[in-house]
Write a protein that binds this ligand. Structure first.
Ligand code: PGA
Length: 251
């Protein structure tokens, strides 16, 4: 049985004070929920304050990106060991906004995953097709290329713990959620690729999140699909009440 993982990607929102306010509002709303993993992903600068605020709670903290070297002359970048020592557990890599605006590629995502493993951090590896790719009947090809590229040579014992997030780019921040059937189709495709790259046992163990306009009113149906094991939530994660409803979708 895979355990659901509900993660909030706060993107470039909330300064340190607002971030602490948001997570403090969330803590009491989700604290009774022992059935799922709860994760919040604030901007780098708020990570220490948020890690501090969630001490002793059931909430873990994610970063939204990292570099792949441990240290060095890489102005503006943040290294995995720095995230580790700040108390981060997960790192989102390959988000479509990073692919689109910051030149992220399957190859750099792959390097980042390997670097995260070295420091005991868990990658949340994002993939997803553009609207024009879906309309041109290229969704399968795009997802397969992304998964094979991002997962290249990732060792099985680490991959088993890694989270994959399927986020159709046309559904991110648009209010256009993929239908549960559309999402399930791609999640099953990803699980099939995992079986091909590793084996059935590993493919069944890896958690695959859906992301793209997840809201309190559509989460339950999405999570009811066989191969959907959680959500990566943008907009609705910025409101404690909405994110708590998403986390508590089984209640
Ligand atoms: P959204 O963003 O929930 O605002 O669509 C999802 C994401 O980008 O992870």
């Amino acid at each position: 049985m895979r355990r659901y993982i509900l993660a909030g990607n706060w993107k470039m929102h909330k300064d340190a004070k607002e971030a602490v306010e948001l997570v403090k509002a969330l803590i009491p709303l989700v604290k009774e929920n022992k059935e799922v993993d709860v994760v919040v992903g604030p901007p780098f600068i708020s990570i220490p304050a948020v890690v501090d605020a969630v001490q002793g709670t059931n909430i873990d903290v994610a970063a939204q990106n990292c570099y792949w070297e441990d240290s060095g002359a890489f102005t503006g970048e943040v290294a995995p060991p720095m995230l580790k020592s700040s108390g981060v557990k997960y790192v989102i890599i390959g988000h479509s906004e990073r692919r689109q605006f910051f030149g992220e590629t399957d190859a750099t995502i792959n390097k980042k995953a390997l670097a995260l493993y070295k420091h005991g951090l868990v990658p949340i590896i994002c993939c997803g097709e553009l609207l024009e790719e879906r309309e041109a009947d290229k969704m399968e090809q795009v997802i397969e290329t992304q998964i094979r590229g991002c997962l290249k040579n990732l060792p099985a014992d680490k991959m088993r713990e890694t989270v994959v997030a399927y986020e159709p780019v046309w559904a991110i921040g648009t209010g256009k959620v993929a239908s549960p059937a559309q999402a399930q189709e791609v999640h099953a495709l990803i699980r099939g690729l995992l079986e091909d790259l590793y084996d059935k046992d590993l493919a069944q163990a890896v958690r695959i999140q859906y992301g793209g306009s997840v809201k309190p009113d559509n989460v339950k149906e999405l999570m009811g699909q066989t191969d959907i094991d959680g959500a990566l939530v943008g907009g609705a994660a910025l409101k404690a009440d909405d994110f708590a409803k998403i986390v508590n979708f089984q209640k």
